[in-house]
Design a protein around this ligand. Structure first.
Ligand code: 5MM
Length: 343
């Protein structure tokens, strides 16, 4: 895929009214979520769950792409249709998670660095052949006493940039996901300062590695106070701090930022995205949309609960949540519609 195709794919990923579904939970994460609900942690249940998500009628109205995990990209529906084909037929671009998970950073065990660069060129070639057209790599930054360290920020930024270069070389649009966790009791201001530093390091490294900004998508966390902070922030404050930070750090040539939800409630994740688009729409050089995992899936997963007879109701909930987030990506979400449309 040439540069023009990569840029076209990146723009399509953030097309107006559309966002991404992150369904790339690795074995541990998927199983942990199933265990909480008493769902069996088998390959077949993970397959059945992803089939429920991907065959949701008309879900392509709101999803531009779905991020898959290695196990999922090779799976099919019960009747034998590969998931990749199901998504393509729905007008949804398939993508793949490429990091191999966040591991303790050497000599700094309370901080993490994402692994997966070894052999990445060959993995990208295989996923491209399977039909993936974009990829994702997540670096994890923790806020705490004396952290994040400069070393942790730089190491993760470097890995993200090397991954992105291999993607652009191999024909995949890289999603760059530097996640600043909401764990802890830090203030909104501290979160802003850390996001600022992390995004500076990331874009410096992307520049060094020759990344074309038009051919990538940023997947940032929102600027939020720690979830244990006694001083929580209003929806408007979160929107203002997040937009300010992105405007200071993200080049205008990047087509879009697709946020992670990071453990926010479904409604908060939608309201925050909406406020950014509603309050600042005339000032944004890039599109702001969603790339949620939990904030799109958690209620649908509870409704499904591992049972075939719940598939239609769970799909209705996923469709509803995707529609509300689509509205938020246009600044047109109205919280009062939450109750009226609840499944
Ligand atoms: C931060 O996680 C990403 C976005 O999900 P949320 O919207 O729930 O924050 C997500 O794509 C994440 O990378 C996947 O859930 C996979 O995580 P693991 O830890 O299994 O690689």
């Amino acid at each position: 895929m040439g540069g023009q195709e990569l840029a076209a794919t990146a723009r399509a990923m953030v097309a107006p009214g559309k966002g991404l579904l992150a369904a790339d939970e690795s074995y541990d994460t998927a199983n942990r979520r199933f265990e909480k609900l008493g769902i069996a942690t088998t390959a077949e249940m993970r397959r059945a769950y992803r089939e429920m998500l991907f065959t949701t009628p008309s879900i392509g109205d709101f999803l531009s792409g779905v991020i898959l995990f290695d196990e999922t990209i090779r799976q099919s529906t019960k009747d034998g249709t590969p998931f990749i084909k199901v998504l393509q037929d729905a007008g949804i671009i398939p993508g793949i998670k490429l990091d191999a998970g966040a591991k303790p950073l050497a000599k700094a065990p309370s901080e993490l660095v994402s692994e997966g660069l070894d052999g990445l060129r060959d993995r990208i070639a295989e996923y491209y052949k399977l039909g993936a057209r974009f990829a994702k790599w997540r670096g994890v930054i923790t806020i705490g006493d004396g952290i994040p360290s400069n070393r942790c920020i730089k190491t993760n930024a470097h890995a993200l940039a090397r991954y992105a270069a291999l993607c652009q070389e191999g024909g995949l649009v890289p999603i760059i996901e530097p996640e600043v966790l909401i764990d802890g009791d830090h203030t909104l201001e501290r979160s802003y300062a850390v996001h600022h530093e992390v995004l500076k390091a990331v874009f410096d490294e992307l520049y060094i590695q020759g990344i074309e900004p038009e051919q990538m998508i940023l997947k940032p966390s929102m600027v939020l106070p720690g979830k244990k902070s006694p001083q929580q922030a209003s929806v408007e404050e979160v929107a203002r701090f997040t937009v300010k930070c992105l405007k200071e750090r993200v080049p205008a040539a990047v087509p879009g930022c697709a946020f992670l939800s990071g453990g926010q409630s479904d409604e908060d994740a939608t309201a925050h995205l909406n406020a950014m688009n509603a309050l600042f729409k005339d000032e944004l050089p890039w599109r702001l949309t969603f790339s949620y995992s939990r904030a799109l899936q958690q209620t649908a997963m509870q409704i499904w609960n591992g049972r075939e007879e719940n598939v239609a109701a769970a799909q209705k909930e996923l469709y509803r949540r995707a529609r509300l987030n689509s509205a938020a990506s246009l600044g047109q979400y109205r919280p009062e519609t939450e109750k009226a449309t609840a499944v």
